[in-house]
Ligand binder design. Structure first.
Ligand SMILES: [Mg+2]
Length: 224
């Protein structure tokens, strides 16, 4: 094994912390329009609930935010959607241990590839904000390549970009279907990042990590 492919959201970025940071920014930005009784803590909890770990659509989430009982003066769902899309990527926060983990993987001679589902603009902004470019040989984003996880074609595209075979690569991600099952279907060695999603009852739990600090020791053991 000489390659490690990684997902972005909830693997390299801490989505919950990011949405909480956005809620703080939102509280200041919309202060004049909010009911004076609304607190930052309330917004953090409400936004994380409505975000569903990044899996809610912009339309539904923005509509629900516009309907929350937080407003003194209403703001349209459309404006809220644009604001979220402009500022959530900009408030991206890393998972604990991120840079140490990536540095150590590179020191162990692994080559890294990032494979993410999402819009190019948003994902590129997060990557820039977290300065991830310098760690990854290639970055593959679903909107740019026309396939999204768990479609095996996005994994094949990433393998092709890296010039490696599936059996030389680990894939690390938090989503049981999109990341784990998609990657093993494409022939990579899947590692599930626990925490953001429940593992489906009808499948045996795979090799997993609970923090990025566990990744280097795991791949070292699996590679020896
Ligand atoms: Mg993810």
């Amino acid at each position: 094994m000489r390659y490690v492919f990684l997902d972005l959201d909830n693997t390299l970025t801490d989505r919950k912390a990011t949405v909480s940071a956005y809620a703080e920014y939102f509280f200041t930005e919309y202060n004049d329009s909010l009911d004076p009784d609304v607190s930052k803590e309330y917004l953090k909890e409400a936004f994380n609930g409505l975000d569903r770990g990044g899996y809610e659509t912009h339309e539904v989430r923005s509509q629900l935010i516009s309907e929350l009982g937080i407003w003194k003066c209403t703001v349209s769902a459309d404006e809220l959607s644009k604001h979220w899309q402009s500022w959530v990527p900009n408030n991206s926060l890393p998972m604990i241990g991120l840079y140490q983990c990536l540095t150590e993987l590179i020191e162990m001679s692994f080559k890294l590839c990032l494979v993410s589902n999402g819009q190019s603009k948003n994902q590129r902004e997060k990557i820039k904000k977290l300065a991830l470019d310098e760690y990854f040989e290639k970055i593959v984003i679903s909107e740019e390549v026309g396939f999204k996880k768990p479609d095996i074609q996005i994994f094949q595209k990433a393998l092709c970009e890296m010039g490696c075979n599936a059996d030389e690569a680990f894939f690390v991600g938090d989503h049981p279907l999109n990341d784990y099952m998609g990657s093993i279907e494409a022939g990579l060695f899947g590692i599930w990042y626990e925490g953001a999603h429940q593992w489906p009852d009808d499948y045996p739990k795979p090799v997993s990590i609970k923090t990025l600090n566990e990744l280097c020791p795991l791949v070292r053991n699996l590679t020896i």
